[in-house]
Design a protein around this ligand. Structure first.
Ligand code: ZN
Length: 315
């Protein structure tokens, strides 16, 4: 049976969108951006990563950002954590949905978090031991390079399933399958997401897709048709992994929300308000070319400037 038709769009712009920038965004600008995004109706926002500031200086103020936004009503704040220390700091900062990330590619994991994939799994086990006893805290896993790795190429579906099994055995019930460098295609997305959902019905899967090679929305639509209901996206289409050569923008939140809204799939996001958030992002990063198609084209309007009703809302 397929899950309901509505989708959750997880806004990862404040994390994936900003982590690759050489410009240090001011703390108050990050806070204001997150507030704009929340005002558009986005109900899950990834505010950053609790990592060594030497590795990713953009997140050296993550505790201050968390302190400013932790009481945003109706919004679940998440953050990436690569290790126990990061998980502890995130928890102390009021984050109650921690995303433990590791790469199924040994080579990428060594560069990204300086440990083997096996060591990352041991770290996750120790995080689970401590935090799974907190009733209001959720630990999720994000598996990087599932759809291909710039160092190791593509992985057989069986190998991917083994990593999902490893985290599911620890009690993880939400897993994000990440196309870290935009190697994925719709056929592969269908095969991998279907295999995961069939083998682990107790796990909720989301996808994190990059539009590096122009297939972001095609992959997202295929994932939706296969039954996925959680999609990461980044405001403006920013994004990229500093430790994966060739990684570029995420699916733009505006574009995926536009696609689903026009299809009549509930996202809960108000597009005009979301475009205000994008404009704010452009204002704080005036030299950054944003790849969101909707941001540049605007919402469909009649020649006289009035909006068209959506097809299904016509009398
Ligand atoms: Zn990413």
């Amino acid at each position: 049976m397929k899950p309901g038709s509505g989708v959750t769009i997880v806004e990862v712009g404040p994390r994936d969108g900003l982590q690759n920038l050489t410009t240090q965004v001011k703390t108050e600008d990050k806070v204001r951006l997150i507030e704009w995004l929340a005002a558009s109706g986005l109900r899950e926002i990834q505010i950053g990563a609790f990592v060594n500031p030497g590795a990713i200086p953009q997140f050296r103020d993550i505790k201050e950002v968390a302190a400013c936004v932790r009481d945003l009503p109706g919004v679940t704040l998440t953050a990436l954590v690569p290790n126990l220390r990061g998980a502890q700091t995130a928890f102390e900062s009021g984050i109650r949905k921690l995303i433990f990330f590791f790469s199924i590619s040994r080579s990428h994991n060594l560069i990204n978090v300086q440990q083997t994939t096996a060591a990352s799994l041991e770290t996750l086990a120790s995080i689970m031991k401590i935090f799974s006893t907190h009733p209001d805290t959720t630990i999720c896993a994000a598996l990087a390079t599932v759809f291909g790795c710039p160092f190791e190429g593509f992985f057989p579906t069986d190998a991917i399933l083994r990593y999902v099994e490893a985290v599911a055995d620890m009690g993880i019930t939400e897993v994000t399958l990440c196309d870290t460098v935009g190697f994925g295609n719709p056929g592969q997305v269908e095969e991998i997401t279907r295999a995961c959902m069939e083998k682990f019905p107790e796990v909720t899967f989301g996808v994190h897709l990059h539009n590096t090679r122009g297939l972001g929305l095609a992959n997202a639509l295929k994932a939706y048709e296969t039954g996925i209901r959680i999609f990461d996206a980044a405001v403006g289409g920013l994004g990229g992994c500093p430790f994966a050569p060739g990684a570029s923008g995420n699916i733009a939140t505006e574009d995926i929300v536009f696609m689903f809204n026009q299809m009549g799939v509930e996202t809960g996001v108000h597009l005009e308000k979301l475009l205000d958030a994008t404009q704010y992002l452009q204002d704080i990063l005036p030299d950054m070319p944003l790849t969101s198609a909707l941001f540049h084209a605007g919402l469909p309007k009649r020649i006289d400037g009035n909006g068209f009703p959506r097809l299904k809302e016509r009398p």
